[in-house]
Design a protein around this ligand. Structure first.
Ligand SMILES: [Zn+2]
Length: 309
């Protein structure tokens, strides 16, 4: 009798496991039901729309951003050098679930992207493994400083060259030690970089990468990651002649979210939309025609680096 009960229990467990597995599989099918998602958050969407569909305002904001780097915008990278190139970039990772989900998705879609990594995350084995996987799968690893310090505050205010070296060069040492490559592309945390710091990094042979499509995904709490879809729709589906579309894009998003599944669904929709509109997905290196130059070939001579402030 006990034996029969054990068999019945085993069969029951199998049924439960299968049901759960089918359910999960169904849910991560990467289908994006726009109507469904949009209805769920109609109020929030309305808020987002009201804040973004003013094309003149958007044009002006873009212009304002360039002006804020007045006099040195030419040493910063905002766009690709080739028409119809589209560089997807993710900042602040790697994390386990979402970054791995993105890597799964990119593999499924046969696409490449760039991850601007906060270097000290590589000190943790699980995150290091994710970064190693990204590199192995053909994505570009780029630097996003040692610990996400605002360079304008910590470095510039006190003319602190030692701090800049820590944020940039110590990161590179760690990248090389843990991943075997030192990234040549650097993105300043918060997109904040003053002229003297930018000029110093240029002198040190870095490419300073910013973006021209901000998804503002960091502004919204978990479920509001929906807005990222709207940011892309606004940009790529915008037929208003008053809106200045760009020839190429570098988009900014963050691989941080607890709502992994929904976020991946949205990224899936976004990748399809980008391609549907005729863009080619590229790494940052390809974006600026420097794919052979994505990483430093030689070890960096730490002592030789001087700040020009
Ligand atoms: Zn960041």
């Amino acid at each position: 009798m006990k034996f029969v009960a054990q068999i019945l229990f085993f069969i029951l467990m199998q049924i439960i496991i299968k049901t759960v597995a089918v359910n999960i599989k169904g849910r991560i099918k990467f289908t994006y039901n726009s109507a469904n998602v949009l209805t769920k958050s109609s109020n929030k969407i309305k808020f987002w729309r009201n804040n973004t569909t003013n094309n003149k305002l958007l044009n002006a904001q873009r212009e304002e951003k360039r002006i804020s780097f007045n006099g040195y915008a030419d040493i910063l990278i905002f766009n690709c050098t080739q028409k119809n190139f589209f560089a997807l970039t993710w900042d602040d990772g790697p994390w386990r679930k979402l970054t791995e989900g993105i890597l799964d998705l990119l593999k499924l879609k046969n696409a490449t992207a760039t991850f601007f990594i906060v270097a000290n995350r590589l000190l943790w084995e699980p995150y290091r493994q994710v970064a190693q996987r990204a590199l192995k799968e053909g994505h570009q690893i780029a630097s996003h400083s040692w610990n996400h310090e605002n360079l304008n505050q910590k470095v510039t205010q006190n003319r602190n060259c030692t701090e800049l070296k820590h944020q940039v060069l110590d990161s590179d040492k760690l990248f090389r030690a843990k991943l075997g490559v030192s990234p040549k592309f650097f993105r300043p945390p918060y997109g904040k970089i003053k002229k003297e710091v930018a000029q110093t990094l240029k002198l040190w042979d870095y490419y300073i990468a910013l973006w021209n499509l901000n998804t503002f995904d960091y502004k919204w709490k978990e479920l509001d990651k929906l807005y990222i879809v709207e940011a892309y729709n606004q940009e790529l589906k915008n037929e208003d002649p008053s809106y200045k579309k760009l020839d190429s894009y570098i988009s900014l998003q963050h691989d941080i979210s607890r709502n992994v599944e929904a976020t991946i669904e949205r990224y899936s929709y976004i990748i399809d939309l980008i391609r549907e509109k005729g863009y080619k997905l590229v790494t940052m290196g390809e974006c600026v025609g420097k794919e052979d130059d994505m990483y430093f070939k030689k070890k960096i001579n730490y002592k030789k680096k001087k700040c020009i402030f």
